[in-house]
Design a protein around this ligand. Structure first.
Ligand code: GTP
Ligand code: SPV
Ligand code: MN
Length: 587
């Protein structure tokens, strides 16, 4: 039964139905009864495996196709009318050509299946920040995941009324053919089309496709920002909560920093951390001239491997009920799940992420390195009371960070907003398993948005500069690197909870409570300004990870110059000048 009389929606759903030819069309009202029925169907077909109801109530295991385990950046397109509007960092094709190609692939792709119509909201329904979408999909996994990751169902249709102001998303698993896999965005049509994949980041269209690629374009046009950022509230012993955003590339520590547990000595003094978001932030200028952030999502699509009671107990706790696990180890003894880095006791009677009998002693990985959990945000023990707020939280600091064995120091502060935009634009990081391709190669990933910016990156940097000019009280901008290593490849900084020691300095800088020394690249903590009490980090090691190697940085400048060159006229003048200043300072 159609759940709306909105003619725009009905017309589009009818057109897509005629194209994909599903056996039936099912409108998702968001009720628990309907979702429960879908879980039952998914279990009967093997799409989902119900896990131990006592140990993991409401939890399921899902396996994606073995060739379909991560985002496919090479097959992700921004189809604006003009190629230069997509820019040199995005794949592009003429929209008419792309539509024609896609329509052929979608033709009859849902035969024998149901098509589900999912109305969803990014952001708290009815808030000023909220934007609505409708995803059509032939995957129950997608419906159940969207029900965790976003707010779905009737309230959205009610809010929409007769409006045409929603983002259209069409997803079909089709044949899961990697050669015909496309993740395509038409920013000028507010339309997303995803086909031949069943992996989260490619198919949960509210997430990267809408909340970053399409939303970044909306933000440019409407004076706000959509960013690949965590949002963390840090409560100090005085009971004040200060908020930071952090942009780190995929699988570089956003979820972990967002759910940070303070070191023991900090906890004893009364420090607490509150999670507002772990992956995406929408940022608007407040009436007070500050930058305010909301998390448009309603759940976490987090990296499973490495998540443990030691590294991130809050994330682990969030997965203990109503969670969907994808591509992890299935423990057949007690019908639970496991992944590398969870604990030191891999199950003996188990199946790997591929669903094959797994022998943990043969050296093979049981869980895929990009295996993930899809968990409701409400499950997180440290979820911020502001998570459901309609106004968001005021941001004191923006923290950029990448995975760099060398070069980038533990932390430095930009001199001002424009210099901060420069710092974000020159981010580079080692690639991870979050996207298909080689892992561990350093690549430029400006603002951690390289895979997610829906328009020309040069224009995006200009938008950052313009936003700074509109903020009377902009956040201070920093860069961190938790991943500096010694010559044997060991991490020099303990990371995780101990990152609060760095965040303490960052917030202190924002409120005029901490000193700094000026270096060629920006401000750094004075020796002694980072509290090392209770760590085994020596002052010498700290000095080493704060050091700026001029030779390496001059090399870096060469790389930045080459990188910038591809943007031609679209490179903001401000950034070209910042690069010159940096080179001069280093020479
Ligand atoms: P996406 O969901 O892909 O956007 O990733 P994310 O940025 O949320 O990454 P996440 O927090 O899930 O971390 C990914 C990996 O980095 C995990 O294997 C973590 O164990 C590791 N990691 C996170 N924080 C730290 C840290 O401070 N130090 C070190 N050495 N590793 C870390
Ligand atoms: C990332 O890759 O940055 C993720 C996971 O957060 S995905 O949703 O697949 O993009
Ligand atoms: Mn991400």
């Amino acid at each position: 039964m159609k759940l709306t009389s909105n003619e725009h929606i009905i017309k589009w759903v009818d057109e897509m139905t005629a194209l994909c030819r599903p056996d039936e069309v099912v409108w998702i009202d968001g009720s628990e009864e309907q979702l429960e029925e879908l879980r039952r169907v998914a279990m009967s077909t093997g799409e989902m495996i119900k896990l131990n109801e006592e140990k993991l109530p409401g939890c399921y295991l899902h396996r994606s196709d073995v060739n379909d385990v991560a985002r496919v950046e090479g097959r992700t397109f921004i189809c604006s009318k003009r190629q230069e509007d997509a820019g040199p960092t995005n794949n592009w094709m003429d929209p008419a050509e792309m539509y024609a190609k896609l329509y052929e692939i979608y033709d009859g792709s849902m035969k024998g299946r149901a098509m589900y119509v999912i109305p969803y909201s990014m952001g708290v329904v009815g808030s000023d920040f909220a934007k609505y979408g409708i995803e059509l999909t032939d995957s129950i996994y997608v419906v159940l995941s969207m029900a965790i990751m976003t707010r779905i169902g009737m309230p959205i249709l009610n809010e929409l009324g007769d409006s045409a102001d929603y983002i259209k998303g069409l997803h079909s698993k089709a044949e899961l053919d990697p050669e015909k896999r496309y993740i395509v965005h038409f920013p000028e049509d507010n339309t997303i089309m995803s086909v031949n994949s069943g992996y989260g980041g490619n198919v949960l269209l509210g997430k990267k496709c809408f909340a970053l690629r399409i939303a970044s374009v909306l933000g440019r046009d409407e004076d706000w920002m959509a960013e690949h950022m965590l949002i963390l509230g840090v409560e100090n012993p005085q009971g004040e909560i200060r908020y930071v955003c952090g942009a780190f590339p995929s699988a570089c520590g956003k979820t972990n920093l967002a759910m940070l547990i303070p070191p023991e000595a900090y906890r004893e003094k009364g420090w607490k951390c509150w999670t507002v978001g772990d992956d995406i932030a929408w940022l608007r200028i407040g009436a007070d001239g500050r930058l305010w952030a909301v998390n448009p999502e309603n759940g976490f699509f987090g990296v499973a491997p490495g998540t443990s009671n030691k590294s991130n107990p809050n994330a682990l706790a969030a997965t203990k009920k109503n969670t969907i696990f994808t591509n992890v180890v299935h423990n057949l003894d007690d019908n639970t799940v496991w992944w590398e880095g969870m604990d030191k006791n891999p199950p003996r009677n188990a199946e790997s992420w591929k669903g094959e009998k797994w022998d943990c002693t043969d050296g093979s990985k049981g869980a895929h390195p990009n295996s993930r959990f899809t968990a409701p945000a409400a499950n997180c023990p440290c979820i911020s009371p502001e998570f459901e707020g309609k106004t968001g939280v005021p941001i004191s600091a923006i923290i950029f960070g990448g995975r760099r064995a060398k070069t980038a120091p533990l932390v430095y502060q930009s001199r001002d907003w424009d210099h901060g935009v420069f710092v974000g634009s020159i981010m580079a990081s080692e690639t991870t398993a979050a996207a298909v391709g080689q892992v561990g190669v350093v690549r430029r990933d400006p603002m951690a948005m390289r895979p997610f910016c829906g328009y020309n990156m040069g224009d995006y940097w200009q938008h950052w500069i313009d936003m700074g000019n509109k903020l009377s009280d902009p956040p201070k901008i920093f860069n961190v690197n938790w991943f500096r290593t010694d010559d044997e490849g060991n991490f020099l900084w303990p990371g995780f909870g101990d990152n609060l020691r760095v965040v303490e300095w960052i917030l202190g800088r924002c409120f005029g409570e901490k000193d700094a020394v000026e270096t060629e690249i920006g401000f750094e903590p004075k020796p002694g300004d980072i509290n090392l009490e209770g760590t085994d980090v020596s002052p010498e090691t700290l000095a080493e990870i704060l050091s700026v190697d001029k030779e390496l940085w001059l090399e870096e400048c060469k790389g930045i110059r080459e990188y910038y060159a591809q943007f031609g006229e679209r490179l903001p003048e401000v950034l070209a000048k910042e690069l010159e200043k940096l080179e001069t300072a280093l020479k």
